[in-house]
Write a protein that binds this ligand. Structure first.
Ligand code: GDP
Ligand code: MN
Length: 391
């Protein structure tokens, strides 16, 4: 929300609903007791143990599962098996469902939204609440911004009792639910803070026909830069649903985020990588990735970066932007030429190397028929033109 367009994705580790609920339950948030299943038989057994009507829910890291047919009610264990059969294998926004959550079905009287988000602009956590729950909060933000309450947390004091009361009042909760609501919000807050999360949300938080509060859906997004402080959370991430290229990059020690454009970028330094992406856009192109190759940029790291970039079939050209300081330009140029020779797929490469041994670098690159550029503007324009001629 309101961040630099490239930043929100960076370092995000989304947890599946059932994992997020496990965490929230430890903090006293009322969560229906569910079980996961990976086939109809397991779903039938789970529904039998739960007893009574259940809901069968696709466990994939995308929103809007309900609308996509990934959330279905079942009155009996046989029905639960049939619903699981329909949902497992389903593609939701390009992700294949492998696991479902089977949980007691709630009878919903009202649906609310309750979330805590790290607001980088405001430099603190913020409570987000709405009585228009169930739908995606981004939608409500567009159609009915008045329906959303945003309350920044005090960075030192944290969640305060008057804020809890204010949120309960804003949601129009019946007086007898205020106490349980306080425990829920405090639990959500503690889970958010103690996991170093970027987001912890319950959508919907429901009031049931019986007048109880229940968190029917939950989502926790962790910050991977903080994961080293939480070895117990690392094991909860679902690598099957993370970008394979991002996993490969992490293993090679490269800072990489996949994007949707056609210009692959290989840059040393995160700030320079951001600038490079901005200039690609200014030149009329779209970056295919953020990639910071780090200091030293040795041949093997360059080769790994090439493989990761070219693994994306959308990439039509690569823009390499290296600022030589301790990193020697000629060494990087050798690394690029060497690595390029071993690539399965060839695309035009535009290289800008400045700083230490830039002149020697330019000679090496020209001799190898790579496109060189004097300035970053020039490099971005050449890369966009080269990608255009490929398409
Ligand atoms: P999402 O669409 O991916 O956000 O998945 P949710 O878990 O939020 O489910 C979507 C919608 O399905 C909710 O807003 C509810 O209206 C409905 N739903 C989910 N669980 C239950 C349940 O136990 N009982 C009933 N009646 N509806 C449910
Ligand atoms: Mn939901």
């Amino acid at each position: 929300m309101g961040d630099h367009p490239f930043c929100p994705q960076e370092g995000e580790v989304k947890l599946q609903e059932y994992r997020s609920k496990e965490i929230l339950a430890r903090y006293g948030v009322p969560v229906p007791d569910g079980e996961t299943a990976t086939n109809p038989h397991e779903a039938r057994e789970a529904a039998g143990r739960i007893g009574g009507p259940v809901v069968v829910k696709a466990q994939v890291l995308v929103g809007g599962r309900g609308k996509a047919g990934g959330v279905k009610l079942a009155a009996t264990p046989d029905e639960a098996a049939a619903r699981a059969e329909e949902i497992i294998g389903l593609q939701i926004k390009g992700v294949t469902v492998r696991t479902v959550l089977v949980a007691p079905a709630a009878r919903i009287a009202r649906e609310y939204y309750l979330g805590l988000i790290l607001d980088r602009g405001g430099q603190t956590g913020t409570i987000i609440a709405s009585a228009e729950g169930g739908v995606e909060i981004e939608e409500t933000a567009k159609t009915d911004p008045e329906a959303i309450l945003r309350l920044p947390l005090h960075p030192l004091i944290g969640l305060q009792e008057h804020q809890v009361r204010r949120v309960a009042f804003f949601l129009g909760l019946p007086a007898e639910l205020r106490k349980d609501f306080g425990a829920t919000l405090r639990g959500l807050y503690a889970a958010f803070m103690e996991s170093d999360a970027d987001l912890a949300e319950i959508n919907p938080l429901v009031m049931t026909d019986e007048g109880r509060l229940e968190a029917l859906d939950a989502k926790i997004v962790l910050d991977d830069s903080a994961l080293f402080r939480h070895p117990e959370l690392e094991s909860l991430r679902d690598l099957r649903e993370e970008e394979p290229s991002e996993i490969a990059a992490r293993e090679a020690g490269i800072n990489f985020i996949k994007l949707d454009g056609s210009i692959g970028c290989m840059v040393n330094g995160a700030g320079l990588a951001m600038t490079t992406m901005d200039l690609v856009k200014l030149a009329g192109g779209e970056p295919a990735n953020f990639l910071d190759i780090g200091g030293g940029a040795k041949a093997d790291r360059v080769a790994a970066a090439f493989r990761i970039i070219l693994d994306d079939p959308n990439v039509q050209a690569i823009l390499i932007n290296i600022f030589g300081g301790i990193t020697r330009g000629d060494e990087v140029a050798h690394g690029i030429v060497e690595a390029r020779a071993s690539l399965g797929r060839q695309v035009p490469m535009v290289v800008r190397i400045v700083g230490t041994n830039a002149t020697e670098a330019a000679e090496i690159l020209r001799a190898a028929n790579l496109i060189t550029a004097e300035s970053l503007d020039d490099a971005a324009r050449k890369a966009v033109a080269a990608a255009g001629s490929q398409a």
